[in-house]
Ligand binder design. Sequence first.
Ligand code: SF4
Ligand code: SF4
Length: 485
Amino acid sequence: MDQPLILTCTSGEFPEQDCACPDGGFEPLTPHTMDTFAAWQIAPRLYRAPLPERHQLVFNPAGFSNVVVLNTPAQNILDAFALPQRLDSVLPSAPVSSPEHANAVRSLMALGLIRPTDAPASIIRSRVKTLTAWLHVTNACNLRCTYCYIHKTNHAMTEEIGRAAVDAVFRSAVRHRFQAVKLKYAGGEATLNFDLVRTLHAHARARKTESGLELREVVLSNGVTLTRAMIEFLRDENIRLMISLDGVGAAHDKQRVFASGRGSFSSVAHAIDRAITNGLSPHLSITVTAHNADTLTDAVHFAIDRDLPFNLNFYRENQCATPHTELAAAQARLVAGMQAAFAVIETRLPKRRLIDGLMDRSSFAEPHEYACGAGHNYMVIDERGGVARCQMEIERPLTSVMAEDPLAHLRNHRRGFQNVPVTEKEGCKNCEWRFWCAGGCALLTWRATGRTDVQSPYCNVYHALYPQVVRLEGLRLLKYAAMNA
Ligand code: SF4
Ligand code: SF4
């Protein structure tokens, strides 16, 4: 008889994106002690779906196990806990048990797929660890993307403002007891003021040393003016690079154009390949709109060909004003385009875990209660030193880098959208995906509905696609387990 097989992979890392990444929000429960006399049972509301060759995908919507794959003997062990059961009936001392069987029980316990019947239902809330800041090093850009929300000017951040911005971020981070700072050098187009990026990097390194905080940095770029010297600097200084790519050839060129109207694909593709050649693996940010949804497969092939991480973000600005019928049609196209992209991924499952950035603002890296850090652990600093809660509100700063604690101003702001926890969103409270979706972008929901305590306008899309996202991870686990067997 086959031995029980349990496959799992947790990510632990949120993908790079042009938003305020969520940053945890929960910490695992202390593993339950192996009380052989306690009654244990399957965790409530596990999501289970069939995979090839009678394997099964198991996903705990309110736990830390992430995607788990079980073969039939392992499923049988899990199902043995459908009713409360004492461990002494399954552990080695029990006459019917084997060491492999007992190990499988221990794994299911460690993953939280079985738990004591009296265990608390919720996962524990914890302190967020990282303060993330968007540094708008210039408001100038060499592209005129069709969906861009920035009203571009030629204003660049000065060195004085930049240093004050970095100081303000570290000041708030220390005051609010964060463990790490993450700086996103952005714009406009950050490479148009790259000397400032170099200067602020050195300044941030000095502040990191003084404060004892960890420092992570990323440059968000359209890629078209990325030189080899910049790439080598980022590589050598351990700064990540995110490049926006909306498709291959005409699909990209339709959305991301120079001021002259010429498409930017060939420049961007060269920049990506130049980065790879010089030892830097850029993260691709793909914005999905009604115009490129049906060509997503090409973009996915492009990323997988180069073994690059990527995320698929839904365009979020003008949907808000769209009538319901148009929105439904646009969402149907979106679902079809995403499903086609998933089909490509299924045929070319990469070794790297993909699902953490596959679905808009949803993250499968770890459970979280806020879709992003806006209003909590995120500061957007414009080129003049104004500080806003979200880059899409960059033209409405609420305070400045000269304030003693700019983050406190953002946290205390009670007008406009409020980034509430998913457990307070009507319609989300009982959703099985709530700690992975977290209710979607609060600003988009606010603009579409005038409320932020309700589910995202993309809720139907999320519900249609989440099962396929976790399935992809199950298939990936199976494929590489088979190759390593
Ligand atoms: S927006 Fe929809 S999918 Fe997301 S948590 Fe709310 S109900 Fe669930
Ligand atoms: S509020 Fe929305 S757009 Fe703003 S940072 Fe959060 S997810 Fe991104």
